[in-house]
Design a binder for this molecule. Structure first.
Ligand code: ADP
Ligand code: ADP
Ligand code: ZN
Length: 216
């Protein structure tokens, strides 16, 4: 199964991807995570990507298409994968179509997660993750059961992304509306777009997504 999670920054893509992965055994491919790893490792790609990420702008299509083209060749993608944060432009979507066609693969569904801009700002500025196991939390919507202690691994260290600040969020939302929203009519025309209400609580969104995936 090949699935795309499409939605603005903070819509809950990563949160839901973790659940879909657990339930359907799909590999989670997040270009944002891959780019942050490249920045942390100080690679050539990381050096090129960093200034765009800090400014809340998109990294060039060429960089992310190369990353995805390489990644989907790996063995663990044989049974399908879940794309989170890719594609983000029509150019990337067209490149993905070509990559899949060459491999005789078919895109099953694009799940759009619809969330109001005001809620997105709140979600992103409250987001933090466990520094050890990467479990994701929110200052008000998803706190660890014991304050300051990760539910999954017991760590007391948490990270916040440097681009999860108010100013960069505004720029990332504008980028989404200008460059990524055109993917909605693109995929609608291809007959693969499904929309879920991302404003609902986390468990409810998971149920809506499961309703889409379970009938594929
Ligand atoms: P994305 O991957 O789309 O950028 P995340 O999954 O990281 O978004 O979610 C952003 C923040 O919002 C996280 O702190 C997460 O805990 C929280 N969150 C995710 N889904 C919901 C939801 N349905 N309701 C409230 N908060 C949510
Ligand atoms: P979020 O879903 O919270 O916006 P991501 O982790 O998906 O964040 O992406 C973080 C940043 O990485 C983006 O703001 C952008 O600069 C870059 N990025 C990630 N994926 C892509 C992509 N497909 N095309 C271009 N830039 C990307
Ligand atoms: Zn943890």
């Amino acid at each position: 199964m090949i699935v795309i999670l499409l939605g603005p920054p903070g819509a809950g893509k990563g949160t839901q991807a973790a659940r879909i992965m657990a339930r359907y055994g799909l590999v989670h491919l997040s270009t944002g995570e891959m780019l942050r790893a490249a920045v942390a490792a100080g690679t050539e790609v990381g050096r090129k990507a960093r200034k765009f990420m800090d400014a809340g702008k998109l990294v060039t299509d060429e960089i992310v298409i190369d990353i995805i083209a390489d990644r989907i060749e790996a063995d663990d993608c044989r049974n399908g994968f879940l794309l989170d944060g890719f594609p983000r432009t029509v150019g990337q979507a067209e490149a993905l179509d070509k990559l899949l066609k060459n491999k005789n693969l078919k895109l099953d569904v694009v799940i759009e997660m619809e969330v109001d801009d005001d809620s997105l700002v709140d979600r992103i500025t409250g987001r933090h993750t466990c520094a050890v196991c990467n479990q994701s939390y929110h200052d008000t919507h998803l706190k660890p059961q014991n304050a300051g202690v990760c539910d999954s691994c017991g760590s007391t260290n948490f990270n916040r992304r440097s681009d999860d600040n108010h100013e960069t969020v505004i720029s990332r939302l504008a980028t989404y509306h200008a460059q990524t929203a055109p993917l909605l009519p693109y995929y609608s025309k291809h007959g693969v777009l499904r929309t879920v209400n991302g404003m609902a609580d986390i468990d409810d969104v998971a149920v809506q997504i499961n309703d889409v995936l379970s009938v594929l």
